[in-house]
Design a protein around this ligand. Structure first.
Ligand SMILES: [Ca+2]
Ligand SMILES: [Ca+2]
Length: 83
């Protein structure tokens, strides 16, 4: 599955469930540090869209969303990716 596909599916989940980007973000940020790291994205994608991504796909997805290059996804970055 391509990264853009995972993002499209997340958007579809938001529409279906009426969740905001912030809701999705908080569900993925399980340690509550305000950033989504690789393992959190992996588990979040699996939980929210039922897809198991490979470590490479997770890395590519983070790179595609991560604009300040800290290798983590912040809420503004996710908002940009999902808007
Ligand atoms: Ca986190
Ligand atoms: Ca970032």
């Amino acid at each position: 599955m391509a990264n853009s596909e995972a993002i499209e599916k997340l958007k579809a989940v938001m529409e279906e469930t009426g969740k905001s980007v912030e809701d999705i973000f908080n569900e993925m940020d399980t340690d509550g540090d305000g950033l989504i790291n690789g393992p959190e994205l992996f588990k979040g994608v699996k939980k929210l869209i039922g897809q198991t991504l490979s470590p490479d796909q997770i890395s590519m997805m983070i790179m595609a969303i991560d604009t300040n290059e800290d290798n983590r996804i912040g809420l503004p970055e996710l908002q940009k990716a999902l808007s």
